[in-house]
Design a binder for this molecule. Structure first.
Ligand SMILES: [Zn+2]
Length: 423
């Protein structure tokens, strides 16, 4: 059976369909910000899903919801999402999800980011791995199933949504709040193919305002230099960072990360990532703002994360006599699905069979909007995607995906959806 499936995937017509789909999707620049081309990509996808018997709905985030929860400077255009469903008369239902937006191209490409190019058995272009490759693979899996008369063992609800890359209230979050994601299990196709991801870190952005007193820079003793104070604060925060990053989750990280860093479990992270201050060269700065993120493991509670940071800031204030004001902005919560859950086993088995190597259960230190969903729907969720965490260079220049990885992903989907054993 495996040979037969492999043969079908590698047939020239199948390959042509897969590559053409992916090229078409990548050439619609759903870059966010601004996120202006969602309607265009949804209109492209609808006939494709209808070909395989799916009913399609364009779900536009209402203006008032968008304004209140998502819109920010630099965003424009309608938030058009796709919900494609098909009832196979199966006893169980699944939600299959990924996002349609991509991050901006950035610098340093050797190819044109929105004119996908096939080179050395890889396709290059913005979004080929994150995450349009999985959409093209999913359509190809449906095509193979249709051709071979294979029925899905699940009723399928596909959510292809907006603004994952920019957060905070993505199309998927809206779907969850509208009750559009009913199903027994959730497969998130946004991810890497190194392991079955069952855990993600939660995200909390923070801002710390350091206050001083401005004066003429030739008489600095008349004021308080907020930038110099901020340097002290950064040094002091180093102790907090060290304490946080000594912690470990019980969930392992991918073997690629272990190879690169020696790290075996996912960890919490604390970063200072932005600094703003100063008015003019000859003016002692009255204010300096530090910003950063704190990523917390599923074993940590957000209340404790906030409390720990607040306490550290109080200590710095007392010790250094600096005026500080902390604002914590919690983002996506962490995600955690029990690795022994039946759904995890099915995804793991399908992936291992399709790739011909054992795929383990892993966690990642990034955050996913799926976590917001799972918090609401309580579905067992796994993330398994088409690209490779380091090699594909998602979010970087020359984002690429191996054709062999696309093919393996198609096989994985057919195996999972039909429940057939590929051997
Ligand atoms: Zn992604």
């Amino acid at each position: 059976m495996k040979a037969a499936l492999e043969e079908t995937v590698e047939r020239p017509e199948t390959q042509k369909y897969l590559i053409t789909c992916l090229k078409d999707l990548v050439s619609i620049p759903t870059v966010v910000p601004p996120g202006e081309h969602y309607r265009k990509i949804v209109e492209w996808l609808i006939p494709a899903f209808e070909d395989y018997g799916f009913g399609c709905e364009r779900i536009v985030m209402p203006e008032e919801v968008y304004e209140a929860r998502q819109k920010s400077e630099g965003l424009s255009g309608e938030r058009v999402n796709l919900l494609a469903t098909r009832d196979f008369g199966a006893p169980e239902s699944i939600v299959v999800y990924t996002h349609l937006d991509v991050v901006p191209a950035g610098e340093g490409w050797s190819t044109s980011p929105f004119e996908p190019l096939l080179r050395d058995d890889r396709l290059y272009g913005r979004g080929v791995a994150d995450s349009k490759g999985s959409v093209a693979s999913f359509l190809t899996a449906l095509r193979i199933m249709a051709e071979r008369g294979l029925e899905s063992r699940y009723n399928i609800r596909v959510a292809l949504t907006t603004d994952e890359e920019i957060g905070l209230y993505s199309g998927l979050c809206f779907f969850a709040d509208e009750g559009l994601l009913q199903g027994d299990y959730l497969l998130c196709m946004d991810g890497d193919n190194e392991g079955i991801c069952v855990a993600t870190n939660g995200v909390m952005n923070w801002e710390l305002m350091v206050s001083g007193k401005s004066c003429h820079s030739s008489l600095p003793f008349l004021g308080v230099n907020a930038i110099e104070k901020a340097m002290l604060v950064i040094q002091e925060l180093g102790a907090l960072k060290k304490k946080i990053e000594l912690r470990e989750s019980n969930v392992p990280c991918s073997s690629d990360i272990t190879k690169l860093t020696g790290q075996r479990q996912i960890k919490p992270v604390f970063n200072v990532t932005m600094i703003n201050g100063g008015v003019k060269e000859n003016l002692i700065p009255p204010r300096c703002t530090l910003r950063g993120d704190r990523r917390y493991i599923p074993e940590e509670a957000i209340e404790d994360v906030v409390k720990e940071f607040e306490d550290a800031v109080e200590t710095i204030k007392a010790k250094q006599g600096i005026e500080l004001e902390l604002h914590c902005k919690p983002g996506f919560p962490p995600m955690f699905t029990d690795p022994d859950n039946e759904w995890v086993s099915r995804v793991k088995d399908a992936a291992s069979a399709a790739y011909g190597v054992s795929k383990g259960v892993i966690g990642v230190q990034g955050g996913l909007d799926v976590a917001y969903v799972v918090q609401r729907t309580k579905q067992p969720a796994c993330a398994f995607g088409v690209g490779r965490s380091i090699e594909s260079n998602a979010h970087g220049s020359d984002e690429n995906v191996r054709i062999s990885d696309l093919n393996a992903y198609v096989k994985f989907l057919v195996t999972l959806l039909t429940g057939m054993h590929p051997d």
